[in-house]
Design a protein around this ligand. Structure first.
Ligand SMILES: Nc1ncnc2c1ncn2[C@@H]1O[C@H](COP(=O)(O)OP(=O)(O)OP(=O)(O)O)[C@@H](O)[C@H]1O
Length: 684
């Protein structure tokens, strides 16, 4: 039902409600409060604590009036009392407040308590004079909604109250009765009534629990249902273990770590099945994921099928191409590279060879996704760094094969809970071990006054035959004074540290042509260039084991996950490595972030901190993964509910309980919510 036709709304309000995203009565019902005013527990002045939000019943003792503060604001203060003490109410730029109260009058105040020196204050409190009445009608806990400037709490509360009268018409109970009983959940009507206008704190908590439960349960059920539907209905090429695998293992320049071997085993077993593999390999920076992909592609090629690997940048595609080629060198496979800079002629040759099956393994960037790229028998798709590709992009490569096996590699360390959530439909191999001989990367956070010493340290390492990176943020003209640009860092390094010798260092930035970038990267990899000064193009995946120093300029401008990625460019061999974060940041949060970097090298710990600091929303757009957004649950905080609902969802799907009649509404809901994911997976 359109919100316009709800009692008490009308055209004008409807327009304002639309701006808040409320278009229907159902939207209004599901427009949850962001917070509540808890007027239930009335406090005495003597019991108030600094910083708490409290409700008081007090008498007006003295009206102080208005004065100007040092910063030019007008401050109005009124003193209130109860039988245990005095408190001053403070309002900024609301001089009319002094006329609002009369000495001796009783009021209810609600607001934040501040203890300033000896004085107790309540800042910008809400007040109510006829509080007796409101306390009696059970409005002790009032909802606070996210608003815009056109809508007041009072107005919105009234509208939502009216919407709730229609709840039976627009909301359906989709959870089966038995489930409600087993998990002690409120029915949906009681829950939505109480999330807006709670009878008590207890009922509010129960309502929140019920709604979070439903949301996470639907999500888990959808993911599991989706996983089962692809794995049971689709048939893939089963790929037997090649008897050459042993030879390959022996030919590798190193011994696989236990974690790598485990991942390889899991992958090879998946690929043996005639159901498509759908596996995520998650390993911290430098943990050695490339070789795992190479082995999987090797096994696929040896069985006579084609494999493709998709990389997010040209530099990375190029690097994977060289690594895979050198790892598989002696087995006579045809391995090719395709990127945006592949010449037209070369591209045509590759396209033809792909189609007639002459190419066994192809590695490329987005160029691989183009329509004219066709395969003879693509059986394995590897994607690197899945966050850079949308669901649709990935599936466009997948659709070039006949239900190919899918392997996704990511170095973004995702806290386990989040992985559980985002990849509920994937199997996960975790590489929780670094290759032997790796040393801890020492990380320092220093001020820019130390720059000369830091750059001299680079010089010392270079003199010992090692290499270094200096990464600078992208700088706009207007920010010149605050931040050092890659050009400036380069000039400083060459002129002040290397006595004008330009052979030692090179600059790399996003605006260069791909050929130029590639040329510089290659020279750096070959050790001809000793110091690479760059913007963040080196961020993901670049592998130069001889590099031992990573200097990050204006480090406060980078997020934690990004800093961790950058640091992961060093310490990739057996050489002792260092990461130096240069920053003059003064704000608390930036300093906290940089300090975290100095304390831990563990990507999982860092990503948890990152999520704490930035929230999940920013890091992962759920929509990008084809998942419905969450309205009320928080995947980091609601881990317990997540686990409970995951187990329950698994049971329901595995035992086919989902097909029972009482699950029909739920099934319809997941079909609707997961439409995009299901569509892209079945390649309509
Ligand atoms: N088991 C191993 N023993 C020794 N060295 C290894 C082992 N596995 C991989 N390496 C080497 O470690 C380096 C890093 O490997 P790789 O580039 O595959 O890392 P990655 O997991 O892709 O990391 P990132 O996500 O940071 O790109 C490479 O030089 C690789 O040759």
């Amino acid at each position: 039902m359109d919100i316009r036709y709800l009692k008490g709304v009308g055209e004008k309000n409807a327009h304002y409600l639309n701006l808040l995203g409320i278009k229907t009565v159902e939207d209004a019902i599901y427009y949850f409060p962001r917070d509540y005013e808890d007027r239930q527990s009335i406090k005495k002045i003597k019991d108030l604590k600094d910083g708490e939000i409290a409700t008081l019943i007090v008498e007006v003792a003295l009206i102080n009036g208005t004065k100007k503060t040092q910063s030019g604001k007008r401050l109005t203060s009124v003193v209130f009392k109860d039988d245990t003490g005095y408190i001053t109410g403070i309002w900024f730029n609301q001089p009319y407040m002094k006329k609002t109260f009369k000495v001796g009058e009783k009021v209810l105040l609600y607001g934040k308590i501040n203890r300033r020196y000896a004085e107790l204050q309540i800042v910008d409190p809400k007040y109510e004079k006829n509080y007796q009445e409101s306390l009696e009608v059970g409005e002790n806990i009032l909802p606070l909604y996210p608003l815009n400037k056109y809508m007041t709490q009072k107005n919105l509360r009234k509208i939502i109250k009216n919407a709730l009268d229609k709840k039976e018409d627009v909301v359906q109970e989709i959870l089966p009765q038995k489930l409600l009983r087993d998990y002690k959940l409120l029915d949906i009507y009681t829950a939505i009534e109480n999330i807006h206008f709670p009878e008590s704190k207890y009922m509010l908590d129960k309502s929140i629990y019920r709604l979070k439960f439903e949301e996470l349960f639907i999500l888990q059920l959808g993911l599991q249902y989706f996983k089962k539907s692809i794995s049971s209905d689709l048939t893939a090429y089963p790929i037997q273990l090649s008897d050459k695998l042993k030879d390959l293992k022996e030919a590798l320049p190193f011994e696989l770590t236990n974690a790598q071997s485990r991942a390889v085993r899991e992958i090879l077993l998946d690929m043996k099945k005639n159901k498509p593999m759908n596996r995520l390999v998650q390993g911290d920076v430098g943990s050695g994921k490339t070789v795992i992909a190479a082995i999987a592609m090797f096994n696929c090629a040896m069985a006579g099928y084609q494999a493709a690997m998709l990389a997010p940048t040209e530099i990375l595609a190029e690097q994977h191409y060289h690594s895979v080629k050198s790892l598989l060198d002696r087995f006579g496979l045809n391995i090719e590279l395709i990127t945006g800079s592949t010449s037209k002629k070369q591209k045509e040759k590759i396209l033809e060879a792909l189609l007639n099956g002459e190419i066994d393994i192809i590695i490329g960037t987005h160029a691989l996704l183009q329509e004219n790229v066709e395969f003879k028998n693509l059986a394995l798709v590897v994607t690197d760094e899945q966050h850079r590709f949308g669901v649709r992009q990935r599936s466009s490569l997948i659709s070039k094969g006949h239900n190919p096996h899918v392997l996704v590699m990511t170095a973004t360390p995702i806290p386990r809970t989040l992985a559980l959530f985002l990849y509920g439909d994937m199997d996960i191999s975790i590489i929780n071990e670094l290759p032997k001989g790796r040393q801890k990367i020492d990380t320092y956070f220093v001020r820019s006054t130390m720059r000369e010493r830091v750059y001299n340290f680079i010089k010392k390492e270079v003199e010992e035959g090692k290499q270094a990176y200096i990464v600078c943020p992208l700088v706009e003209e207007s920010e010149k004074i605050e931040a050092i640009s890659a050009e400036e860092a380069y000039e400083y390094l060459v002129n002040n540290i290397f006595n004008g010798n330009t052979n030692m260092a090179a600059i790399l930035h996003g605006k260069m042509s791909n050929e130029e970038k590639e040329f510089i990267m290659q020279n750096y990899k070959d050790g001809k260039i000793k110091v690479l000064v760059s913007t963040t193009v080196v961020e993901v995946g670049v592998n130069v084991p001889n590099a031992t120093v990573m200097v990050v300029e204006n480090a406060e401008r980078f997020g934690l996950a990004q800093l961790h990625q950058l640091r992961g460019r060093v310490g990739r061999g057996n050489l002792k490595s260092y990461c130096i974060l240069i920053s003059d940041a003064t704000n608390k949060e930036s300093i906290e972030r940089l300090n975290i970097m100095t304390k831990t090298n563990d990507g999982f710990v860092i990503s948890e901190k990152d999520l704490e600091l930035r929230g999940t929303g920013e890091l992962f757009g759920l929509r990008q993964h084809g998942l419905p957004d969450l309205k009320i649950a928080d995947i980091l905080k609601d881990i317990e509910i997540l686990k409970t609902t995951k187990d329950l969802a698994k049971k329901i799907i595995e035992e086919n309980i989902i097909d029972n009649e009482e699950f029909i509404p739920l099934k319809n809901k997941i079909n609707f919510l997961f439409k995009e994911k299901i569509d892209t997976a079945t390649f309509n």
